[in-house]
Design a protein around this ligand. Structure first.
Ligand SMILES: [Fe+2]
Length: 404
């Protein structure tokens, strides 16, 4: 048996009718309380395993009916193998993934190489031309993707944060733009190209500041803030002339309330491309593992984005982000209203509360064999009862072992 910590215990209590009893004989269920006849005789003691009643179920039913008892309280106690669930999620991700992993890897490599060349002081417009081409390819990929979040999770295995982040901003920014402006593919393209280039100005910021694990001093932060202007200068020096791309690079840290940088533009002054880039940039930064922080659960990241909508982010962009990933981002473990448990793998419908859920434990407490996906947007009888944040944190939500 794998180590204890890989399991999370779940307890469900429910009253079932005698008519349902037979269905539960093969489940990990027990009698929750003594079932007592009016004479005081215990007909079924608490803790009786329902599976043990298989051979005598007919007599048990008859006996209970005779005493006017038509339902019994039962309890399930079962454990979820977290590792197994993660495995299932990975398979689901692989099936749903739309961005070619080879393309993702190439992009990260290219950004990494160009970044290194900038650090060495090399200016070569061909570098930028190649990156821009890569951005255009990504834009085409993203335009067809029903969901982009799963791809973001996949490419997160590289360590070099800035390069992966550039790819993620290109993917998410392009995706959001293609949803916001479906008739203007040039905007999505400028987000994908701009996303790849947006942080290259960091190559002019000392590495010691970028990788500093603790909080930055005021002076250090002022130096980091220069990266968006450096980025624009580099892009122009390397032959990038498209003002939409340049506005992503220069403007991705602007905020709607005028408190961003470098220009302290307000909502009306910030170009739409920069507004989209700001959302993609922060959402990816929040959910990424960084030198100085662990990744934030994407559900928490979503609520942080909502909290800052209007002040930092443009509401129309956050709305599209929510529509795309739902309130339960892929990977969130959830309990459904019938007591079943599973992991969110995506959101097909428009209702943010109704994602697609890959079931692992059914409503009767049984482990689900094979891959069973429930699409809540198509099943009005079910809803998400609670989110269990993520698979790794399931333990915290379940009572301790001694339920019986
Ligand atoms: Fe940045």
């Amino acid at each position: 048996m794998p180590p204890e910590m890989n399991f999370a215990e779940r307890v469900t209590k429910r009253r079932i009718s005698l008519g349902e009893l037979r269905e539960y004989l093969s489940t990990p269920a027990y009698v929750a309380e003594d079932v007592v006849a009016s004479s005081g005789v215990v007909l079924l003691p608490r803790g009786t395993e329902l599976a043990a009643l298989v051979s005598s179920v007919e007599d048990v039913e008859k006996n209970l009916r005779r005493w006017g008892i038509f339902s019994i309280p039962i309890i399930f106690r079962n454990s979820i193998n977290i590792q197994e669930m993660e495995g299932i999620l990975k398979t689901a991700e692989a099936n749903l993934m739309r961005v070619d992993p080879e393309l993702a890897r190439n992009t990260v490599e290219q950004v990494s190489n160009v970044y290194g060349r900038i650090v060495e002081g090399i200016i070569d417009p061909e570098d930028y031309a190649n990156l821009a081409n890569q951005g255009r390819t990504l834009a085409r990929e993203v335009a067809q993707a029903p969901q982009v979040m799963l791809c973001l999770g996949r490419v997160r295995s590289w360590d070099e944060y800035t390069y992966v982040h550039s790819l993620n901003v290109a993917l998410l920014g392009g995706f959001l733009a293609s949803r916001l402006y479906p008739d203007q593919p040039d905007i999505a393209e400028s987000l994908s190209v701009g996303g790849i280039l947006h942080d290259l100005g960091k190559a002019h910021v000392p590495r010691a500041i970028l990788n500093k694990p603790g909080p930055l001093t005021k002076e250090e932060f002022e130096i980091i803030k220069k990266h968006s202007e450096y980025g624009e200068e580099l892009a122009i020096a390397n032959g990038i002339t498209d003002v939409r791309v340049l506005s992503v690079v220069r403007g991705h840290h602007e905020r709607c309330n005028g408190e961003g940088y470098p220009d302290r533009f307000t909502k009306e002054q910030i170009r739409k491309e920069a507004k989209i880039a700001a959302v993609a940039d922060v959402f990816d930064a929040l959910t990424a593992k960084r030198v100085y922080k662990e990744p934030i659960d994407s559900r928490v990241a979503v609520s942080m984005m909502i909290d800052n909508t209007g002040t930092h982010f443009a509401p129309e962009v956050v709305r599209v982000l929510l529509m795309s990933i739902g309130l339960y981002p892929p990977g969130t473990a959830v309990e459904l209203s019938d007591g079943s448990l599973g992991a969110v793998i995506g959101a097909k419908g428009k209702d943010l509360m109704r994602p697609q859920v890959l079931l692992q434990i059914d409503s009767m407490g049984r482990k689900v064999e094979g891959v069973k996906v429930v699409d809540l947007s198509e099943d009005p009888s079910l809803y998400v009862q609670r989110s269990l944040q993520d698979v790794g944190k399931l333990e915290a939500y379940f009572p301790s072992k001694q339920a019986l």
